[in-house]
Design a binder for this molecule. Structure first.
Ligand code: TMP
Length: 239
């Protein structure tokens, strides 16, 4: 399957049309942004890590947790064939341990174990700074139907349970993460976008060392090393 015209360029990925109107190709870049695009940089090798890690996790979530995804086939280090979906304009955020904006908003210190996983939705709109919204806002504004929101909520907690266990097995605490969902032409909700160090907080389970994009956001150094370390934990020495 070949790339045709570019349909969309985001901060970290480009999406191309293909000859098949039901499929598209995503191409992962090394570009990194933070704080709604105000901070910009490059993380060498990030596109390869995010492509491979995300594809691996999507396939296992589909097979072992029964989560339908948009993944079709990995085409190369950076390119993947996907089912075409229209993205539900929500960032779906799960937190297991307090960190980031949760800690800032509620004054709960980073690293505090939450008593249960939490779920937040943000309306995907850069001009508005992706404001947090609740179920009523989502349904009232038509960003998702009540049925789709139920499906998304059910899938999201199942995804969290599977991912938490998986990362525990490679000695990593899954602190929090952001996922997105898409809808196919026939109305099926699929897990879409990516699951990677760009979109998750990963802390070493013993040392609590940060192994994710917070190293870039917070100027902590060794950003590339953190992405490669996560790759090593997941794929061992095969990659
Ligand atoms: P937050 O603490 O800044 O709200 O981030 C929560 C999680 O969501 C964290 O794992 C990083 C991820 N995230 C994204 O993937 N994209 C974003 O634009 C933001 C703000 C957070």
């Amino acid at each position: 399957m070949e790339k045709k015209e570019m349909m969309y360029e985001g901060k970290a990925k480009k999406v191309y049309a293909t000859d098949d109107p039901a499929l598209c190709i995503v191409s992962y870049k090394d570009d990194a942004t933070a704080f709604n695009g105000q901070k910009r940089g490059t993380i060498r090798g990030k596109g390869v890590v995010n492509n491979k890690m995300s594809n691996y996790l999507m396939q296992r979530l589909q097979a072992e947790a029964g989560i339908p995804t948009d993944f079709v086939e990995e085409l190369s280090d950076r390119d993947t064939l996907l089912k075409k979906v229209s993205i539900v304009p929500l960032e779906v955020i799960v937190r297991n341990i307090a960190a980031g904006s949760f800690s800032a908003r509620f004054g709960v210190p980073e690293g505090t174990q939450l008593l249960c996983p939490t779920l937040e939705f943000c309306y995907k709109n850069d001009a508005l700074g992706d404001p947090m919204v609740n179920n009523y806002h989502i349904i009232a504004c038509g960003w998702a139907t009540p049925e789709d929101l139920d499906t998304i909520t059910d899938y999201t907690f199942r995804i969290n349970a599977w991912l938490k266990e998986f990362f525990k097995g490679v000695n990593v605490d899954l602190v929090d993460f952001k996922i997105e969902f898409g809808k196919t032409a026939d109305g099926t909700i699929l897990l879409a976008d990516e699951i990677s160090p760009d979109t998750c907080r990963f802390w070493d389970a013993v040392t609590h060392e940060k192994l994710d994009k917070d190293r870039f956001r917070r100027d902590l150094g060794n950003v590339e090393d953190a992405y490669q370390e996560m790759m090593k934990r997941i794929f061992g020495t095969q990659e």
